[in-house]
Design a protein around this ligand. Structure first.
Ligand code: BTN
Length: 268
């Protein structure tokens, strides 16, 4: 699976090329030959079969972006798994903000865990849990973050990179990975405290893309206008329609149509 030379640090495996860092880390952990520590990272310059959510692929130019996976032992029940999404997306936003001047740091989380800069996607997260009974035995958190790439395939709807946001700064990619990893591990280790969980929730909602703004959505019954009002602990999105009706959706049950405008052809 590892196609070319690789370096191994204590908590860090860096490879030139791999199918997918999530798959490599999963196979290393499942082989059980070593007890990999919490926060162990596999990163790559290039993925030949990078994976995104809902069976999509994740394509990234060689050596330009962050492509890495973090191993976590969350010690939480399956029903609480959205906590991991919150922690990881907040960590990415928080580290991104540190790298840009305040006025340019307009990052948000598009539910459930896409990272946006204004209306464009700068990072994606793919969390894969190994379950044991009702508990999560371990999680592999894959993160793809656009740093230096400026040309993107035309089929990607709205990509953006740090270089496109600010072309004056230099971005230390290894340092960024370490900072994100450390933040994720820190937040996870404190997340059994109720007060802390409430703070995470407040922080998540405060940076949620389009919260409390009317936008168009579509579900199995068609297109409708609503505003996001909350995200429940189980990860369901809570929408309020213009009539005050509350609707709840798991991921994939609803699509966001942020650029949709009033159109008589829409089946509302
Ligand atoms: C998404 O669809 O938004 C999630 C994209 C996740 C991509 C990252 S890149 C590193 C890790 N390895 C993968 O194969 N996928 C994740």
């Amino acid at each position: 699976m590892i196609a070319s030379n690789h370096q191994k640090y204590d908590h860090f495996l860096v490879v030139d090329e791999v199918h997918s860092t999530n798959d490599l880390l999963r196979s290393l952990v499942d082989a059980k030959q070593v007890d990999f520590p919490m926060g162990y990272v596999v990163s790559a310059q290039y993925q030949t079969a990078g994976r995104g959510q809902i069976g999509n692929s994740w394509v990234s130019e060689k050596g330009k972006n962050l492509l890495f996976s973090i191993l976590l032992y969350p010690q939480i029940e399956i029903k609480e798994q959205f906590l991991i999404s919150k922690i990881v997306s907040l960590s990415v936003v928080s580290i991104l903000k540190e790298w840009l001047p305040q006025e340019a740091a307009n990052f948000s989380i598009k539910w459930p865990n896409d990272i946006y800069y204004n209306h464009k996607k700068i990072a994606g997260i793919l969390i894969e849990n190994l379950l044991l009974g009702d508990e999560i035995q371990n999680s592999i958190v894959g993160i793809g973050l656009n740093v230096e790439q400026v040309d993107f395939p035309s089929n990607l709807p709205n990509p953006v990179s740090l270089r496109q946001i600010n072309d004056q700064l230099s971005y230390d990619k290894d340092l960024m990975i370490e900072q994100i990893r450390d933040k994720v591990v820190f937040l996870l280790q404190h997340s059994d405290e109720l007060f802390f969980r409430n703070q995470l929730n407040t922080a998540y909602l405060s940076v949620l893309y389009k919260i409390h703004e009317y936008s168009f959505f579509s579900d199995k019954s068609g297109v409708f206008r609503a505003q996001i009002t909350d995200v429940l602990p189980d990860g369901r999105l809570m929408l309020e329609t213009e009539d005050g009706e509350h609707r709840f959706y798991y991921f994939k049950e609803v699509s966001f149509l942020p650029h949709c405008v009033e159109d008589e052809n829409l089946s509302l």
